[in-house]
Design a protein around this ligand. Structure first.
Ligand code: KG4
Ligand code: ZN
Length: 340
């Protein structure tokens, strides 16, 4: 049977990425992370779209080259339709349409959030080991989203819990900013926390009903605690950085884990995974493995390089859509609030 080979592009935020996925296996995944935003402490949308325009062609060329795939071997082109930044999305959408038109191949739109969940369905072995069964319960935690998702099928997903204010990644980034850490602060906090005491300080815990999350209270509590401590000791942050990072990380991880335990009990689902940029966090990964062992879950932790935004996840989503014959028209435009 002829191979199904997908060229995928992802440009929803500040990573320009391209990947080649063939019969469900990732042959290449190139990610160019835009450094231009670092001095601003967050993503500047206009700068992001300009950088995508400069990066998209070299990134696609690199992905084709690394995979050893010729343009004539591509069966379809998949792209992120949304959610994301409008100007950023537009670059990937326009590239994909141009490529599909030039090669006369199908176009496949992908929902960025579904794609984060679908990294768990990338093939690695012939017998499909390591791939979760359905239903699959996934905690999607990134700089923009914090959601508990029930996946009943590749494209039958339901959000059963979400943040009512900040995302988990934002909690890391905003608290990091207060401590004077560079953006994005999540990875820096993770690293510093390894040398600190997670029980050194305690911060306010949210009390949100059902499976929803809230992180704004924690952020305020962290801010006030630092403000008061700095009054007595102007070097408080410098002297306590590892302990502050470890304690903050413990608070965020326990908020996330408690809700996942509730969700697992409520749904009865035991196939449980993590996805999104914050799922690179070492304490969160360890906590899921520990809780999973205790509760008889089958836990799925993504490879680090598949946690943050990448086109391999768009490629695998595109592959499963291709198999079902779900294609998009050239009228499909970017959608900043694309739902599923
Ligand atoms: O999925 P992602 O690359 O982009 C979005 O769609 O938002 O996630 C980026 C987020 C940032 O907030 C970053 O601080 C966080 O993921 N992050 C981490 C770690 N690595 C990335 N947070 C905590 N620990 C980490 N190791
Ligand atoms: Zn993302």
């Amino acid at each position: 049977m002829k191979k199904v080979t997908i060229l995928a592009v992802e440009s929803s935020c500040d990573d320009t990425s391209a990947s080649v996925v063939s019969d469900g296996y990732v042959l290449s995944s190139i990610i160019s992370t835009q450094k231009i935003h670092i001095p601003f402490g967050g993503v500047v949308p206009e700068l992001a779209s300009r950088a995508h325009m400069a990066n998209i062609i070299p990134v696609v060329e690199a992905a084709l080259k690394e995979s050893g795939t010729g343009m004539d071997e591509i069966s379809a082109v998949a792209f992120t339709r949304g959610p994301g930044l409008m100007g950023s999305l537009l670059v990937g959408v326009s590239f994909a349409k141009g490529f599909a038109l030039a090669r006369d191949i199908p176009l496949i739109e992908v929902n960025h959030l579904q794609a984060h969940v679908l990294v768990h369905f990338i093939k690695r072995t012939e017998n499909g080991s390591g791939i979760p069964g359905f239903p699959f319960l996934c905690l999607l935690v990134s700089g923009g989203h914090t959601q508990i998702i029930v996946a009943r099928d590749y494209f039958d997903m339901e959000v059963i819990g979400t943040t009512i204010d900040d995302a988990a990644g934002e909690a890391f980034d905003k608290c990091g900013k207060v401590m004077g850490l560079p953006y994005p602060s999540g990875p820096v906090i993770d690293k510093m926390a390894s040398g600190g005491n997670p029980d050194a300080f305690r911060f306010a815990k949210p009390s949100v009903a059902n499976l929803d999350f809230s992180f704004s209270g924690l952020k305020t509590s962290f801010l006030y605690f630092l403000r008061d401590s700095l009054k007595n000791n102007p070097s408080f942050i410098e002297e306590n950085k590892p302990d502050l990072c470890a304690s903050l990380q413990k608070s965020i991880v326990s908020i996330l884990t408690e809700k996942m335990i509730m969700a697992a009990e409520k749904t009865g689902i035991k196939n449980i995974g993590l996805a999104g940029g914050v799922s690179a966090n070492s304490a969160l990964r360890e906590m899921f493995i520990r809780e999973g062992n205790k509760r008889g879950w089958k836990v799925y932790i993504p490879d680090i390089r598949l946690t943050t935004d990448n086109a391999a996840m768009i490629g695998i989503a595109g592959y499963y859509r291709y198999l079902r014959g779900i294609f998009s028209s050239h009228a499909a435009g970017p959608s900043a609030r694309f739902g599923f």
